[in-house]
Design a binder for this molecule. Structure first.
Ligand SMILES: Nc1ncnc2c1ncn2[C@@H]1O[C@H](COP(=O)(O)OP(=O)(O)OP(=O)(O)O)[C@@H](O)[C@H]1O
Length: 279
């Protein structure tokens, strides 16, 4: 299952929706230069779902920021559909850890925003937004403002917004972390279904290995910061998937144990200095 290159098949450069080539990123901080990404090489094929897992703070969100064009590396290249990302990338939909809902707009108006920006008619916007809000379970809250709904509802609204954008590439940073277990599985299923329907490419950061296995075609495991690609695993579960049912598959347990072992090793290494006996 291990792959040395991150391309799914064939010529990666020709197929890649997103490509990181020897990307290095360091941030200037009060304490000096903080190396975050260390020579990242990953190709994400068009229509592929790639989950990014790794220790907290290793640089996963930074990787999404490179694709969104809000961060630039000091070395290497991040490409989007064959072209280097040099400024804000408006061809992706980015669901960040903190939602960007407009407080003065209703749930319906927030959801429809991407369609408004795309110049769709009022009627078209309304119909599409109502349909997706229904699928995320918010149809009873169309006229509410963001501060009037719960954290979990806000993240479902942010998901609706992302799904209503016409972008074919979704960047998702722990999008379902605020949801309870049952709702999380339902939203994962919705994402999996829409991904099949629309052939979406998804780059998905998560700390939840269950979620990574249930949704992804491949899972990239990162090292501690500065992050390098530790391993890439292919998820050999046929699609379309019934998200909840994936957990009962033998391959699920095997992969979970494998990923858990890889991540535990990283955490152990990060903890090494504290493990040394006091002298
Ligand atoms: N703009 C910035 N300026 C300075 N440091 C930054 C900046 N953005 C991120 N960092 C630092 O870079 C490191 C990696 O951050 P990042 O958010 O990419 O990690 P992550 O793997 O997504 O973390 P988590 O899993 O906890 O969400 C962290 O130490 C963070 O403090």
């Amino acid at each position: 299952m291990t792959e040395q290159t991150a391309s799914a098949a064939g010529d990666p450069a020709a197929e890649a929706a997103v490509a990181f080539s020897d990307v290095r990123v360091a941030f200037d901080t009060a304490g000096g230069s903080l190396p975050v990404l260390d020579g990242i090489d990953i190709d994400v094929a068009d229509g592929e779902f790639v989950a990014l897992v790794g220790p907290s703070g290793c640089g996963k969100s930074t990787l999404l920021n490179l694709v969104a064009g809000t961060v630039r590396g000091q070395q290497g290249q991040t490409s989007f559909r064959g072209r280097p990302v040099v400024g804000l990338n408006r061809d992706v939909s980015y669901m960040t850890q903190k939602d960007a809902l407009l407080p003065w707009r209703t749930v319906l108006q927030n959801a429809a925003l991407p369609l408004e920006i795309a110049g769709r008619s009022k009627r078209e916007r309304h119909e599409a937004a109502v349909g997706v809000l229904d699928r995320v379970g918010l149809s009873a809250f169309l006229q509410y403002k963001p501060h009037q709904i719960s954290g979990g509802m806000r993240s479902r609204l942010a998901l609706a917004q992302a799904l209503l954008s016409q972008a074919s590439v979704l960047l998702m940073d722990e999008p379902f972390a605020a949801l309870d277990a049952l709702l999380r599985v339902r939203m994962q299923q919705l994402l999996a279904d829409l991904r099949e329907e629309r052939g979406l490419t998804v780059l998905y950061v998560t700390h939840d290995l269950t979620e990574a296995i249930a949704l992804a075609d491949r899972i990239v495991v990162f090292s501690n910061r500065p992050a390098s690609v530790r391993e890439i695993r292919t998820v050999d579960i046929p699609r379309p998937r019934d998200v909840a049912a994936t957990r009962a598959l033998p391959v699920f347990n095997e992969l979970y144990a494998d990923l858990w072992g890889l991540l535990s090793k990283e955490l152990d290494q990060a903890a090494l200095p504290e493990k040394r006996p006091a002298t």
